[in-house]
Design a binder for this molecule. Structure first.
Ligand code: PRX
Length: 630
């Protein structure tokens, strides 16, 4: 499974294209299967349907836990670093993790959960979160982890979309010096959820919470009364493993569905090869398990690979901006995986936060979630990696389940801001707006993938047509990523950003339509239009143009009110950075908003607005430019 040289990469890549079934069958053999598959791959990108390892039976937790608990029970699986650095770190070995997962799986069972049920998990980054995820997988329940920063309303939408039967949460959470109510937010959400029968509450902050008789139970009480032995449910390779909601350019968030077999194989294969993980290495991914990076590269990939993984509860700037470097020093981290937004932010705090930290254990640095600009790349490379750690700039998406285009550490020659080459099994193509493939090198286009890989999205929960329409209809016979991309003279790929109406704020995907819906729910707002604009730290910020029934008499106060509404409807991550009140929006005669113009104004570059003659009222553009102070 492990590629060690460039020649081996070339050979693996060639084989994966010429004989994909043979190639992936070879990789898949290295996992625990209860019954072998009958067919490696069946697929159709026109009437979208993909099946990997058809007929194969497995439980992913046997590859993640049981096999390692049997061969190396005392090796750490997860080293948990708490928010507060004066609190002790906790190490969970493979045998302890297996015991705790089995025990909690029995709790879920006792609370009525059976294979196929959906379970919503809304928790901070504590070991119980990883345990809850794995316990669901143990029983074949489908987990839907909702990031801890989402609002009650956003949780309710997600619970209702997939009719979750149980919610797992905590009393509260701590992030930096903030206390965050978790159970209270869940309580607010549940006012509009009829499917939820039980809420399991783990204690973290021991803040007072309401506990409703017959519905709410304490995690710590429940685990006392069950055994630490729970047989792993036999799952079909194509049974859903989890749902993870993500934003698109239209409508409400979609529940991306990943299945058991292919996802396990691909997340683990990419973990081992991209990071070149060696047994005993300490790996630290700073993502939250509420996002796909945490699913694939904190929980499933590293555990299936038998890795030692650091899980961090807090934020990079608490107690000060040296926290990541302290953790690397303290746990002797060898492989560090973070997001460009964190790099840019920490860069700004200056060398006093890292100059006295021992970072010599580092071997590999990773980047994920958004394009990494050259300045951040060089700082990461020079100041953190001391010029001796390759940077793996990993491009992928919630829908792809695992890393798609990335250097393999120490194998692929890196170039700042290039994701470089596709992983074995990944066949990227660039297409023009008409859908014609752009061949050759030194070209730009829309990034598509023309052949399935094992962890490709299977469907969007409850709405397969939406999956087909979103990913397989823009370009016939291809998966469309939504990203623009350059292929340079050497065939290296550089992701240039989204070409649709998705904004990437601090590596989090936010749909403009979603933010507009939230803005339009604010009293007095008639219409709004949201675009992204370049932001020094976040990569992209959110710029909102808002039409009100009447121009607000106290615009600054109204802006603050509007931000509260957005926080309530979606969560603080979707709050616009800039709000401009306008009396009209630049619309074409057919009523379509010309976002190109709004983007230019938000970027403060109005030198070349292009053709505006098709606008219903070109005068509106001048007003918007003036209103922006340009
Ligand atoms: O635009 C790309 C950007 O993040 C999008 C996927 O977001 P999400 O599903 O939330 O997953 C993020 C973590 C995998 C992509 O469509 N993106 C992700 N990684 C990179 C990137 N853009 C440039 N370079 C990357 N390395």
């Amino acid at each position: 499974m492990r590629i060690k040289t460039k020649e081996e990469y070339d050979k693996a890549y060639k084989e994966s294209v010429e004989d994909p079934e043979g190639f992936w069958a070879g990789v898949a053999q290295e996992f625990v299967w209860k019954k072998p598959w009958k067919k490696v791959l069946e697929w159709d990108f026109n009437d979208y349907d993909v099946k990997w390892f058809k007929g194969g039976k497995l439980n992913i937790t046997e590859s993640c836990l049981d096999r390692h608990a049997a061969t190396k029970p005392n090796q750490p699986a997860i080293i948990w670093e708490p928010n507060d650095d004066s609190e002790e770190a906790i190490t969970l070995t493979y045998s302890v993790l297996l015991d705790r997962v089995s025990r909690f799986a029995n709790v879920l069972k006792k609370n009525g959960i059976v294979k196929g049920d959906r379970v919503c998990i809304y928790m901070p980054m504590i070991p119980e979160l990883a345990i809850a995820v794995l316990a669901c997988a143990r029983l074949g329940a489908i987990h839907s982890v909702v990031f801890g920063g989402f609002s009650a309303r956003a949780i309710a939408d997600r619970i209702n979309d997939s009719a979750c039967k149980v919610v797992i949460t905590t009393d509260g959470a701590v992030r930096g010096n903030k206390h965050i109510p978790m159970k209270e937010t869940v309580d607010d959400a549940l006012v509009s959820c009829t499917s939820v029968e039980k809420v399991i509450v783990a204690t973290r902050t021991r803040t007072p919470v309401s506990m409703i008789k017959g519905r709410d139970v304490w995690w710590e009480e429940e685990v006392k009364h069950v055994s630490g032995d729970c047989p792993a449910e036999e799952m079909d390779a194509e049974d859903p493993l989890f749902i993870l909601y993500t934003s698109g350019s239209t409508g409400k968030p979609k529940g991306v569905v990943h299945t058991c077999g292919g996802y396990m194989v691909y997340a683990t294969y990419t973990f081992q090869n991209v990071f070149q993980y060696d047994p005993g290495d300490v790996y630290f991914c700073t993502a939250d398990i509420g996002w796909i990076t945490g699913h694939s590269y904190i929980v499933y990939g590293p555990l299936a690979a038998g890795a030692i993984s650091v899980m961090f509860e807090g934020v990079p700037t608490y107690p000060d901006a040296g926290r990541f470097w302290d953790i690397i020093d303290k746990h002797k981290v060898n492989i560090f995986y973070t997001a460009p937004t964190a790099i840019r932010s920490l860069m700004g705090f200056g060398p006093e936060y890292y100059k006295d930290k021992d970072l010599s254990s580092l071997k590999v640095l990773g980047s994920v979630g958004e394009p990494i600009n050259e300045e951040a790349w060089h700082w990461y490379n020079d100041e953190i990696g001391k010029g001796k750690c390759p940077i793996v700039d990993t491009w992928w998406q919630t829908e792809t389940g695992g890393i798609m285009i990335s250097p393999l550490a120490n194998i692929t020659k890196t170039i700042p801001s290039f994701a470089t080459l596709p992983l074995p099994g990944i066949q990227p193509v660039l297409v023009d707006d008409q859908g014609n493939e752009i061949t050759g090198n030194g070209v730009n286009g829309n990034l598509c993938i023309k052949f399935p890989w094992p962890s490709i999205i299977r469907t969007t929960w409850g709405d397969h047509q939406r999956c087909k329409d979103t990913y397989f209809s823009a370009y016939k016979g291809m998966y469309f990523t939504g990203d623009g991309c350059q292929r340079d003279e050497n065939g290296y790929y550089k992701i240039t950003g989204r070409v649709d109406d998705v904004i990437n704020v601090s590596g989090h995907r936010i749909g403009t339509a979603e933010v507009e819906n939230a803005l339009n729910m604010h009293t007095g707002v008639v219409e709004s239009a949201v675009v992204g604009f370049p932001h020094d730290i976040k990569g992209q910020g959110i710029y909102a143009y808002i039409i009100c029934e009447e121009m607000p008499s106290d615009p600054e106060m109204t802006k603050k009110d509007i931000l509260m509404t957005v926080s309530r409807i979606i969560g603080p991550i979707a709050k616009p950075d800039q709000i401009q009140f306008v009396t009209g929006l630049p619309k074409t005669r057919s009523g379509k908003i010309m976002r190109r113009i709004l983007r230019k104004v938000a970027e403060k570059d109005v030198s070349n607005l292009g053709d505006i003659s098709t606008l219903l009222d070109p005068g509106v553009v001048d007003e918007i430019i003036k209103g922006a102070g340009l």
